[in-house]
Design a binder for this molecule. Sequence first.
Ligand SMILES: O=C(O)C(=O)C[C@@H](O)[C@H](O)C(=O)O
Ligand code: MG
Ligand code: MG
Length: 394
Amino acid sequence: MKITDLELHAVGVPRQTGFVNKHVIVKIHTDEGLSGIGEMSDFSHLPLYSVDLHDLKRGLLSILLGENPFDLMKINQKLTDNFPETMYYYEKGSFIRNGIDNALHDLCAKYLDISVSDFLGGRVKEKIKVCYPIFRHRFMEEVEDNIKVVRKKLEEGFDVFRLYVGKSLDADEAFLSRVKDEFGSKVRIKSYDFSHLLNWKDASRAIQRLTKHDLGLEMIESPAPRNDFEGLYQLRLKTDYPISEHVWSFKQQQEMIKKDAIDIFNISPVFIGGLTAAKKAAYAAEVASKDIVLGTTQELSIGTAAMAHLGCSLTNINHTSDPTGPELYVGDVVKHRVTYKDGYLHAPDRNIKGLGIELDESLLAEYRVPDLSWENVTVHQLQDRTADTKAQKS
Ligand SMILES: O=C(O)C(=O)C[C@@H](O)[C@H](O)C(=O)O
Ligand SMILES: [Mg+2]
Ligand SMILES: [Mg+2]
């Protein structure tokens, strides 16, 4: 089987918050008549760093044309040579590699007439426990809106949430105590995500305040600036709660292992550059005796299905995971979205080959946008993933 062509389609899909995220849907065609689909998810981070799709397609074609899709190692090596790791969480080269690697997995599994999870090593489970995100409070007035989100999602079966924290600790605390008062033990908050906003000492003080409201806390995420391995280590010694951090490069993962800086690796294919890379990061975590959690950038259904296949093939996911993108967006580009039930992300039916997800061409046309360029967005819109432009009070 040889690769004969590549299609890249930019789509802009709004979230329920109103914030529009752009993604690139990938199609790889072959001389066998088989095609694979993939997703380069959520280019909204770092909006001024924009990728030109015409150039990107030309560059990727120069790498892919004539290659056998089963040569995943060779192709990934070429992709990494050209879209290298940069030790940065939101490096777009990783998103690009991820979309291609997703599509190659879909293609190879379809060729073999098996599901992607079977291609990845078989299933250890059929579903993954996930949580719904509560985006960061900036004002006390936002607390009641977020309580409404909890109420609604609980009715839909999500009983675990994660909370972005660190901008208004008063509001964070008020939210946590409102959750306890109204929902009691029916709801858990599994993580506080500081998103690298605070230095470790400030984060440490915030953790002391927020952990007074432990509602089933499993981890504290990103409580130091990016790549501050010493800070994470110091903080880890000061708290009994497990510390988690995203994996965005193998060098960074190596440093975190060497320093014993964290307890849980947050692994998402999009941030480490594909299923092949994510599998490697998960195995490295296992060798280092660390747990993992499946992270997210808030993918659409294609990206989320890829993660469900991966997650169901791994043995060391011991914590509530994060991929709930298809629950956040108002639309998608597939015939049937991935399934969430009782707070679990279900892997697509194992009897369906490939990713088990079918593109809907009419939805692809409906959400298509000409490019990945961005209008003016504020720092807080980016950090807090909202369409609300109200400035934060000092
Ligand atoms: O755990 C995280 O950190 C995220 O989920 C990052 C978010 O910024 C996410 O990428 C989003 O787009 O909401
Ligand atoms: Mg995070
Ligand atoms: Mg994202």
